[in-house]
Design a protein around this ligand. Structure first.
Ligand code: SF4
Length: 310
């Protein structure tokens, strides 16, 4: 008789605990294949936050990094939100602290502060608007202001500035995601193109501006997936965290889809695994708790921002 693998057994245990707890698993596009496989829904941070609101469950296990789990908790007052590994944070989000925000607001008192969703609640509290990589350009283009403060992520700020007629000041000026800035470089792109010369190159706007220029398409993870769906092309190189390629291949099995760099790994995303998800469901840990005042304030900014891009 075939012996089930450790991973298969864990998957079954996680699913049975989900039934027992009336729980659903939401997993980010950058999660490992086995976490994506066991999840009820896979998507980008905004898609998952929206799904969390409509899903019929008592408990949500969030497989992603902590700022995303916070957003899900802000939008879901009535559900228990579990984040299996508290330490799964985001080095990009760490760039935007209150002291930096105050300094830039003092220097540019009339410029609205647009905060990237890849930030912690304490920073979002100071935002005039909150955007994702998919909505940043659309929302900032609609503002009447000529000058806009945007943070964290200098590369996304540069992308929006280039595509809009706005002066977009990055807050702070040196903020970046190491996966996109350091692991999707010209070297990785040229090497991947040598191996697959006919592939269409897609990159995330968090890669540096000079590398964005090499791409056939620039977009967020959800925008890349939609663009693959619409495209007549068959071979794609994705310049973002490597796990999006697994997600894309599952969605479009007839297409050939590869990461630009198979070693472009977000270590924090990969801190979530089947074992700590199982333990999270068993012990109902770690609950994401957001203070009422913080939740109400951020929710109102999120609602206003979503209304702007309707
Ligand atoms: S990929 Fe970059 S922005 Fe996304 S969670 Fe990891 S470090 Fe943060």
């Amino acid at each position: 008789m075939d012996r089930k693998s450790y991973v298969e057994r864990l998957k079954e245990e996680v699913r049975s605990l989900c039934e027992k707890r009336r729980a659903v698993i939401l997993a980010h596009n950058y999660q490992s294949p086995e976490v994506q496989d066991v999840a009820d829904y896979v998507g980008d941070s905004l898609e998952l936050a929206k799904k969390a609101v409509t899903v019929d469950a008592d408990v949500i296990v969030f497989a992603g990094v902590s700022f995303m789990a916070e957003t899900v908790a802000i939008l879901n007052e009535d559900k228990v939100i579990l984040h299996p590994v508290r330490e799964a944070g985001c080095p990009l989000a760490d760039f935007l602290n209150i002291e930096t925000i105050r300094k830039f607001k003092e220097k540019y008192p009339r410029a609205p502060l647009v905060v990237y969703v890849n930030s912690y609640a304490e920073a979002k509290m100071y935002a005039d608007y909150i955007v994702t990589s998919a909505s940043a350009l659309r929302l900032i283009s609609k503002l009447d202001d000529e000058t806009v403060l945007f943070g964290p992520d200098k590369n996304l700020a540069a992308y929006v500035a280039k595509k809009s007629d706005k002066k977009v000041i990055p807050v702070p000026p040196h903020s970046y995601c190491y996966v996109h800035e350091c692991l999707i470089t010209r070297y990785h792109i040229e090497k991947a193109r040598d191996e697959r010369s006919t592939a269409k190159l897609m990159v995330h706007p968090e890669v540096s501006p000079s590398n964005q220029e090499m791409a056939d398409y620039i977009g967020s993870t959800s925008q890349m997936l939609k663009a693959i769906d619409k495209s007549d092309e068959n071979i794609f190189l994705l310049g973002t965290e490597e796990a999006l390629s697994y997600r894309a291949r599952n969605l479009y099995p007839d297409k050939e889809i590869y990461p630009v760099n198979p070693r472009a790994i977000c270590v924090d995303m990969k801190k979530i695994n089947l074992l700590n998800m199982k333990e999270s469901l068993e012990r109902l840990k770690h609950k994401v708790i957001i203070k009422k005042k913080v939740r109400q304030k951020i929710k109102s900014i999120l609602d206003k921002s979503l209304e702007m891009i309707k």
